[in-house]
Design a protein around this ligand. Structure first.
Ligand SMILES: [Mg+2]
Length: 166
């Protein structure tokens, strides 16, 4: 039960370890991306040149991209400015709605999508509820609020339960 909904299919140090070849090899046609702590830190308003290049490499390989964030519309709109991708703000992850809307907008089946994020209880759980695949990256720079520390402690327990070192 836990395993089915909370464990990612793969773990990476950062997004740059996730290559178009790797994704195409798994039959992934679209990636649904978390923004904060996955692509950039909370205080980075725009994609860094490295992030932009990574996104372009995926798109050039024919992999579609979308952004689903629980952050505000102001933040997400600014981050996605100039891109033609689907984006969703205040998405209520792990609720499935935004993930389903993204897949519909991209014209792909849930099973052809991989969600890439830094949190088990939002990104991975949301993906798995719809039958999408999920990759977790190490958070770039964690917030030190009590809620976040609680979530991270919960994640540590999940990883420990399944003997995953991350
Ligand atoms: Mg995040």
């Amino acid at each position: 039960m836990l395993k089915k909904y909370l464990l990612p299919d793969c773990l990476f140090e950062d997004i740059y370890a996730i290559t178009p070849q790797f994704l195409l090899g798994l039959g992934v046609r679209a990636v649904i991306l978390d923004i904060d702590n996955t692509l950039v830190t909370y205080d980075d308003p725009e994609p860094t040149p490295e992030v932009a290049a990574w996104l372009d490499a995926l798109r050039e390989a024919g992999i579609k991209t979308a952004f689903i964030s629980n952050n505000t519309a102001e933040r997400v709109e600014r981050f996605c400015r100039g891109m033609e991708d689907f984006w969703s703000a205040e998405s209520g992850k792990p609720m499935a709605r935004a993930f389903r809307r993204a897949a519909d907008a991209l014209g792909v089946e849930a099973r052809d999508c991989m969600v890439i994020g830094d949190q088990l209880f939002t990104d991975v759980l949301g993906a798995k509820r719809l039958g999408m695949r999920a990759a977790v990256v190490r958070p770039i720079k964690d917030e030190l609020t009590p809620l976040f520390m609680l979530k991270r402690a919960g994640e540590k327990i999940i990883y420990a339960l399944y003997g995953i070192k991350f």
